[in-house]
Design a protein around this ligand. Structure first.
Ligand code: HEM
Length: 516
């Protein structure tokens, strides 16, 4: 996720080279700037200007060379070619500093009071996400909202969801088997599966998204949420670039508004249904926890609008991210028959022939090779490829000074491919995550692997997502083999963003029943 704004000036001493820093289109890479820095203990220190991305044009930046939805891949190539730590990227006349260095990423994310979320970006998504957990800006309200939801994400609550994950995994396997021998696109079908998971686990409601894909015709009262997201995601990505245009002129805005309104109607219907059914202690969904908090403190934080915002947030945050990771994982395995075989052997060794519904939840977290495959996809294809933060005062990133207010994008996509911190960085190597290989092949810095972010705004659903993916992949790969269309290969799949990360060219595979 990206955000940029007109570049504020650093607190600079009168020095001719400081002008170079405040004019980031200057491509001088080595000039040293003398600045007085509020963030440094020294009254004056020497800093290097953040180099500008090469070949940018004054207003549109690099958009003549790359589409908006491929900025992260573009920046990664630029990092790889120049070897720099940070880059200044201008789009629509607004600047943002991208950093791929784990030290910077750690220091930004672990200091949320000094580095806040970008208010302008959140404001432009207000109609959709409101003040849900991802977009809430007020630290006290955020902490209180997170406390309400936290019980649903405790280890035991998530382990109790294993039968549900397995059931949806089974439906996914059946949907794939029904198309055995044909070419299928993975992303649309994994999006349906994870939406069904969050519907049932989070809201106690079955969206029937997987089933809907198999019906010839949609029934009259059915809403296909996956289609609504198609209308929301591209436009929301443009909105978070914060273009200096009224929202109504942003391409796709009217379909975006219509889809947001339709999604809101779904959220409000869920709320009404759950309220009518009443809350039972057995129902430990997110929606039930919120309704219980509302009943306990009427007029407090948890209003109906608050619940609406959280439902809208979780429909996306709890489904799109895991769907991307699942799809890339199946695709990478399809391209590597040996790795696929190794997963199947591990499944056989650890799970034997025990029916899935009789397995203990802990069995799924004892699959190191499968978990290595998931981690390797989270590394190369992080569903949230980067996050924007705003420094509340002048800040130092390595040799660079970042002036107060200038957005910084912590670039997980590039960090996860940084050759200094990842041996054999460009290779997809599930074995790098095996305990015996971690030292030699794993991340060479504690903050080099950040798919779920870090600190108080890190992913609340991290453990949920990992167990969901472990169970669903185990269920699917026990029953199906996959071959990649276009053949086997070891290079990376091309990535793009549509709010979250997606593939650029589709992830096509041919499924067959395992053992055939
Ligand atoms: C592979 C799967 C996932 C990945 C890679 C992922 C990644 C992330 C990242 C990077 C953030 C930080 C976003 C930011 O600071 O703006 C985040 C936040 C969040 N995630 Fe996830 N996520 C995943 C799955 C899930 C699931 C399954 C759920 C819910 C069931 C979930 C719910 C959330 C929520 C609510 C937040 C906001 C947390 C806060 O600000 O307190 N995520 N996620």
């Amino acid at each position: 996720m990206h955000h940029s704004q007109t570049r504020p000036k650093p607190t600079a001493t009168s020095n001719s080279s400081s002008l170079c820093h405040s004019r980031p289109s200057c491509s001088s890479r080595h000039a040293t700037v003398v600045l007085s820095c509020k963030a440094s203990s020294a009254p004056a220190a020497q800093y290097e200007p953040v180099p500008a991305v090469r070949g940018g044009l004054p207003y549109i930046g690099v958009l003549h060379r790359t589409p908006v939805n491929q900025l992260f891949s573009f920046v990664e190539r630029e990092f790889a070619e120049t070897g720099v730590r940070c880059l200044d990227l201008q789009v629509f006349g607004r600047h943002a500093v991208y950093t791929r260095h784990p030290e910077d990423i750690g220091s930004v994310l672990h200091n949320p009071s000094k580095w806040t979320k970008a208010p302008l970006m959140m404001k432009r998504l207000d109609r959709w996400l409101g003040e849900g957990l991802v977009s809430e800006l007020d630290p006290a309200r955020h902490a209180a909202a997170r406390d309400v939801l936290a019980p649903a994400f405790r280890a035991q609550s998530v382990k109790d969801l294993v039968p549900l994950f397995a059931d949806v995994g089974q439906q996914l396997a059946a949907a794939l088997l029904s198309q055995a021998g044909s070419t299928i696109e993975l992303e649309p079908i994994t999006r349906r599966a994870t939406l069904d998971v969050i519907g049932r686990a989070g809201f106690g409601h079955d969206f029937g998204a997987l089933q809907m894909a198999q019906q010839q015709q949609q029934q009259q009262d059915q809403v296909d949420i996956v289609k609504l997201f198609d209308d929301i995601l591209d436009t929301s990505m443009l909105l978070i670039m914060n273009p200096p245009l009224p929202d109504a002129l942003v391409p796709g805005h009217s379909s975006y508004c219509a889809a947001v309104d339709a999604l809101e109607a779904v959220a409000l219907r869920l709320l009404q249904e759950r309220r009518q059914q009443g809350i039972s202690p057995q129902n430990r969904s997110l929606l039930s926890f919120m309704l219980a908090a509302q009943q306990a403190a009427p007029g407090g934080l948890v209003s109906d609008k608050h619940i609406r915002d959280q439902l809208m947030t979780f429909m996306l945050a709890g489904s799109d991210t895991s769907a991307t990771s699942l799809a890339f994982c199946l695709y990478e395995l399809a391209r590597r028959p040996q790795a696929q075989q190794a997963v199947r052997q591990e499944l056989q060794q650890v799970l034997e022939d025990t029916p899935i519904d009789q397995l203990q939840p802990d069995a799924f977290s004892s699959l190191p090779y499968l978990t290595g495959c998931i981690n390797e996809c989270l590394r190369l294809y992080p569903a949230a490829p980067g996050l924007a933060r705003i420094p509340q005062q002048d800040a130092v990133l390595g040799p660079h000074l970042v002036p107060q207010g200038l957005p910084v994008v912590v670039d997980f996509f590039s960090c996860h491919r940084h050759p200094e911190f990842w041996p054999r960085a460009s290779e997809w190597l599930p074995e790098r995550w095996l305990p015996s290989n971690l030292k030699a092949l794993g991340p060479q810095h504690p903050d080099a692997f950040m798919p779920f972010s870090a600190g108080s705004r890190s992913c609340i659903g991290r453990y949920f997502a990992m167990l969901e993916m472990q169970v669903m992949l185990a269920v699917v790969l026990r029953q199906l083999s996959f071959a990649a269309v276009g053949g086997e290969g070891s290079g990376q799949a091309a990535a793009a963003q549509s709010f979250t990360l997606k593939s650029r060219d589709g992830l096509r595979v041919v499924p067959t029943a395992a053992g055939r």
